[in-house]
Design a binder for this molecule. Structure first.
Ligand SMILES: Cc1ncc(COP(=O)(O)O)c(C=O)c1O
Length: 416
């Protein structure tokens, strides 16, 4: 009897709470429209421009001939004749589609060749490829940890890492950006966890700064933790012949999971993990985005393979990328722009306010320079910026043209 009274009181209390805090339901389109209006008011809407020609330093964008300074095509490979030929040859040999997921009937000999070439390039025992870098992070992280484990993640890690972490049931802790002493602090009270997985971007995609990998390796070794590095912006950029961040810091073999993408310096699309044979075999059996989604089509795999071979054989591409990076960064800084802590070809021009970032990008587009404003939620609300990325395909003349346009637009907006 007493239990019944308690139960009814509880139900009544819940009903009252429900009525008090209940949502006023709106038709979906009304709700979406009002959300879009909020985004527009805060200058946070994406206005997507369209390329009518290949991704290259000079392109036609929204009908206008412009200098492109915002692609991830670091080595200018996206429109390289060798990659295009390889894509055509792979299509002729294997067809347009792979026909299946990798584990059923979607592994072709060309997928194997790419994995072997990539393992050679990364100096790892093996590699495994995925449909995209996003699918790699979203699938691999949950395959490695569960409710018995802890993830410790840099606060500025890429969204695909964040989503990968959210898909696990592991505990999560976040350490201050690139701060190894704060990382060290996160190891307090961790005895109860079966595994501790530390995850960091190699090069941070919005700021262009580099993770202090040598110190991170030492910290994880001291604590018997596991290290996962996202080298999306390090491949083709850092290390000898663009081998990536582990090569750059001379810690090859000490990063347990090296993840990367073919969508940036390699000029194509796709993701990968490089590591031990056992790790790759395990991931082949456990990663849901690998097991449950169609494999990369042959044309993409053929182009990725040609890209890896080309980067390996032509160190001049990486050297030119760095020469251009040094020249352009110095130019922006000497004009007085705030370029943050960038150490790589990703150079932000920080405006703080999102409206200012938009206006700067619009003014530059009028000057025939294509850059994009990067605003919240990709960066903090007060850290809006225009992000520039030079490539090895830009000429000195291109960079001078861009610097003049930045000077004009920057002065007009009183940024310099
Ligand atoms: C650091 C980082 N990781 C992962 C990804 C996802 O790679 P993909 O474009 O291959 O999906 C990106 C791409 O934006 C990235 O910048």
């Amino acid at each position: 009897m007493r239990t019944n009274v308690l139960l009814w009181s509880l139900i009544l209390a819940l009903e009252i709470m429900g009525q008090q805090s209940g949502f006023q339901r709106q038709p979906l389109l009304t709700a979406l429209r009002s959300e879009l209006e909020c985004l527009e008011k805060d200058e946070l809407l994406w206005r997507v421009r369209t390329l009518q020609t290949p991704s290259a330093p000079h392109a036609i964008v929204d009908g206008k001939k412009v200098l492109v300074l915002c692609s991830n095509n670091y080595l200018g490979l996206a429109n390289h004749p060798k990659l295009k030929q390889a894509a055509i040859a792979a299509t002729k040999k294997y067809g347009a589609g792979s026909g299946s997921v990798r584990v059923i009937a979607g592994t072709m000999s060309i997928h194997r060749k790419l994995e072997q070439a990539l393992a050679r390039f990364k100096h790892s025992e093996a590699s495994i490829t995925f449909q995209s870098g996003f699918a790699t992070n979203a699938g691999t992280i949950p395959a490695l940890v569960d409710e018995h484990d802890l993830i410790i993640s840099d606060e500025l890690n890429h969204g695909s890492i964040i989503d990968g972490c959210r898909l696990t049931r592991a505990e999560r802790r976040v350490y201050k950006h690139r701060d190894v002493s704060d990382l060290e602090k996160q190891f307090q009270n961790t005895d109860q966890y079966r595994r501790v997985l530390v995850i960091t971007d190699g090069v941070f995609s919005m700021d262009g700064d580099i993770a202090p990998l040598e110190d991170i390796v030492k910290t994880i070794q001291d604590h018997g933790a596991i290290l996962y590095v996202d080298d999306a912006h390090g491949d083709g950029v850092l290390g000898k012949n663009g081998r990536g961040i582990s090569n750059h810091f001379n810690v090859e073999g000490q990063v347990d999971i090296e993840m990367g993408t073919f969508s940036k310096a390699f000029g194509c699309v796709g993701g990968y993990v490089a590591g031990s044979r056992d790790l790759c075999f395990y991931l082949q059996n456990k990663v849901r985005s690998y097991l449950l989604s169609g494999s990369q089509p042959p044309m993409v795999v053929g182009a990725c393979l040609a890209a890896v071979q080309l980067v390996e054989k032509q160190p001049g591409l990486v050297k030119r990328l760095w020469d251009n990076t040094g020249y352009f960064k110095k130019g922006l800084r000497s004009l007085g722009f705030d370029t943050g802590n960038s150490e790589t070809p990703i150079t932000p021009v920080i405006t703080g306010d999102s409206k200012k970032a938009r206006t700067l990008a619009d003014e530059l587009f009028k000057e025939k320079v294509f850059v994009l404003p990067i605003v919240y939620p990709m960066v903090a609300k007060d850290k809006a910026r225009v992000r520039t990325i030079v490539t090895s395909a830009h000429t000195c003349r291109d960079l001078d043209t861009a610097l003049s346009a930045f000077e004009k637009a920057g002065r007009a907006q009183q940024l310099i």
